[in-house]
Design a protein around this ligand. Sequence first.
Ligand code: FAD
Ligand code: ZN
Length: 474
Amino acid sequence: MIHALSTPAFPTFSGRLISDPSAMAPFLTDWRRRWTGDAIAVAQPESAEDVAIVLRWCNEHGIAVVPQGGNTGLSGGSVPEPNARALVLSLTRMARIRNVDPVNNTIIADAGCTLTQVQEAAREANRLFPLSLAAEGTCTIGGNLATNAGGVQVLRYGNVRELCLGLEVVTSNGEIWNGLRGLRKDNTGYDLRDLFIGSEGTLGVITGAVLKLSPIPAAQTVAFLSVPSPAAAVRLLEVAQRRVGSSLTAFELLTDTCLDLVLRHMPGTRRPVESASPWYVLLELSDAVSQEHAAEAIEALFELAFEEELTTDAVVSSSLSQFESLWALRENISEAQAAEGKTIKHDISLPISEIPGFLNHTDQLIRKQYPQVRLVVFGHLGDGNLHYNLSPSYSSLTDSDGGASFLFLEKELNRLVHDEVVCRGGSISAEHGLGVLRRDESMRYKSSVELKLMQALKKALDPKGLMNPAKVLA
Ligand code: FAD
Ligand code: ZN
């Protein structure tokens, strides 16, 4: 619904304003095509000053603001609500690299720069910006920060919160806060930067960031190991951390069901080990010395793993193409799962010590109570983060209702999985945020004290409730 008649004249700014319904459409539906909303217009500012002009106007006229980057978020936070009197604020035209400082190991980027753009600018200065995820060609640094994105190298470099030193933010009433400080130590009061990181556009608009860079490793190697159980995988993680320390950049877990999905749906893939195993680990080593040094470390690790019966088969990449094809087996799981129809996803986080017990217990519960469900479990074991996904069983795939009866189970399966997660000290959103997807469930699991503090912050920073309303908090 367009509220054109009741919309006051838009202020002059140097960006672009889109109000044609067909041109607006791509900004109103999320990546997974699960949520579609309405807006009076889409504004595409070109500077922080532009953003400030737009936010002052929205504040004055009581119009909601939905900040949007690459619109690749998976929790529905980047699109407006249906029938909303809202403006989508798309940051993608604010895409300048402002400064690279190789001595301070920092880069300052506009919020609308894509992640790939930042990685490339760092590489041109012979540095590494280590955040990496499958949507990197489209997602923006502002979106990464607003969702505190993780990805595949969190084990070594941390999530984006740990990669950010400073922010520039436009507040809900249109003031610009310049917090673009490239400091590793700054104890001067409340940490506003950390408040905006992960706030999913509900407290203000991120317009720029100072990001931390690292040296480019001399060599990268990936190993793929068959492991008998999650407990063996957790023990292998412990052994690997002891043996290679911070060279361990990724430690991923997947089941044979996941591998099987990838082999069936992704052309050119093949099983890297001789025979099937219930579980696999993919681990990556980034070595500061040389390829030979990395190969020696992996060999020594394999020896320990075989000695302790933590693995039954193991292969290691010896070329870039092998490195890429082993990683592809992990990175294509989501796409392969989607190729088989409807999915129910859980992005959960647990203390690593709790993961074997959680999997053992929850897998059994689901198999017993829901034989029509297939478990598609994988994730970043080194970070305690699992993508505990579900698909219809093979026998129910041919059901004529297009998967509707499977999706009908979503609420009760969410409850089952998330209750198990929370009672083991875990979190119902590890890296994708709450958005609208997990908003109401989160209300159920957070204590009243935590909720009161969150609501107080929201009220203080966004007194009129115009910043991405109905996201994160109900
Ligand atoms: P959007 O989707 O546009 O927005 C996401 C949220 O941030 C919304 O609430 C929005 O309002 C807010 N926002 C956006 N820009 C700003 C801004 N400048 N200021 C304030 N608020 C803002 N996530 C992971 O953590 N790890 C992964 O490995 C991972 N893999 C992915 C793989 C694929 C194929 C896809 C599609 C997504 C994946 N994601 C992953 C989800 C991830 O959250 C997003 O890809 C990314 O971080 C969001 O960036 P975006 O620019 O697309 O943000
Ligand atoms: Zn992930």
